[in-house]
Design a protein around this ligand. Structure first.
Ligand SMILES: NC(=O)c1ccc[n+]([C@@H]2O[C@H](COP(=O)([O-])OP(=O)(O)OC[C@H]3O[C@@H](n4cnc5c(N)ncnc54)[C@H](OP(=O)(O)O)[C@@H]3O)[C@@H](O)[C@H]2O)c1
Length: 283
């Protein structure tokens, strides 16, 4: 089935927008922005190492331009660089001759510090850390701006990303914890829910995995709706459910012995590894 962009396009006739790397994140951004009508297909350029992903994108969104990295850079004023950290240097070497100070380059990788990118390219530079939740036009998109970014660039990114997410601008020094919560968050939450169901089955062999999965999944969805629709806080939910002396209160007490330590390790070790990879990344 063909997916068509809505008729209202905030950047109709605006500068061309390119996406280098249309894998998990790049592909999602293209799909979400086109579905939201934030970009017109004719203004969108896409490039990818393997041809199959480009072909699939063009089949869904006729009118977008599937092209090479260097042709994309030659035609686009706004370029989203959505490749993995180890591929950034290769792409920059390919598009180098086409880059100038008139372009805004936005990387989705937190591995390349903004200062290092600014030293490497003549463009204005920003960082966008999307979340898989933008697939449904929801969740947080983290934005970090380099020193050359203009007020117009800020407005453009806020407006564009605002069509598919809640954009939040942060300092780069907050990148790791913020990414852990907003972008890694869906995976961490999915893991916690899965391990809750798995352990319930392991401790109670009569409980089928299918039933445990359904109980956890529906409860998680309904709890998020309580938070979103009824504006209930975490304290209110726990207070309403965990009656003193009851089983849920005991369960919370047990969790409070282990969960904070686990999160401490998560934030400490991911920060240490990211710092190491940022220090060793060569552009
Ligand atoms: N996954 C997340 O939830 C998430 C969230 C926020 C930020 N990020 C960051 O976003 C970046 C992309 O992540 P991802 O999950 O989208 O990875 P991915 O699914 O592997 O996509 C990367 C894409 O880049 C393409 N590519 C690689 N080298 C290329 C080159 N030289 N020229 C053109 N295209 C090239 C790959 O093409 P092939 O088809 O040949 O593989 C692939 O389609 C990473 O830096 C990641 O850290 C990811």
């Amino acid at each position: 089935m063909l997916e068509r962009a809505q008729s209202v396009c905030i950047r109709e006739g605006g500068m061309n927008t390119g996406f280098i790397g249309v894998g998990g994140m790049g592909g999602m951004l293209v799909r979400a922005l086109l579905r939201a009508g934030a970009l017109a297909p004719k203004d969108v350029y896409a490039a990818n190492r393997s041809q199959a992903k480009l072909d699939a994108l063009v089949a869904h969104f006729p009118g977008i331009h599937a092209t090479s990295n260097s042709q994309l850079a030659a035609h686009c004023g706004l370029i989203f660089l959505c490749v993995g950290p180890t591929d950034i240097a290769v792409v920059l070497a390919q598009i180098d001759p086409e880059l100038s100070s008139r372009q805004l380059l936005v990387t989705t990788s937190a591995a390349a510090p903004l200062k290092a990118l600014e030293d490497r390219v003549p463009c204005r530079v920003a960082m966008l850390i999307p979340s898989i939740t933008q697939e449904i036009g929801s969740g947080i998109a983290l934005l970090m701006h380099g020193s050359r970014v203009t007020p117009e660039d800020r407005n453009l990114l806020a407006e564009l990303l605002g069509r598919i997410s809640q954009p939040i601008v942060i300092r780069e020094s907050l990148a790791r914890p913020a990414i852990g919560l907003a972008s890694g968050g869906p995976a961490l939450i999915a893991y916690l829910l899965q391990s809750m169901a798995d352990e319930a089955v392991r401790s109670n062999p009569e409980l089928s995995p299918e039933l445990a999965d359904k109980l956890v999944r529906e409860t998680a969805i309904a709890t998020m709706r309580l938070i979103a629709a009824a504006n209930m806080t975490r304290e209110e939910i726990i207070g309403r459910v965990a009656a003193p002396g009851g089983m849920t209160a005991l369960a919370i007490e047990i969790l409070s012995r282990y969960v904070p330590q686990a999160w401490q390790a998560v934030f400490r070790e991911t920060a240490a590894r990211e710092m190491k990879s940022r220090q060793s990344l060569a552009l």
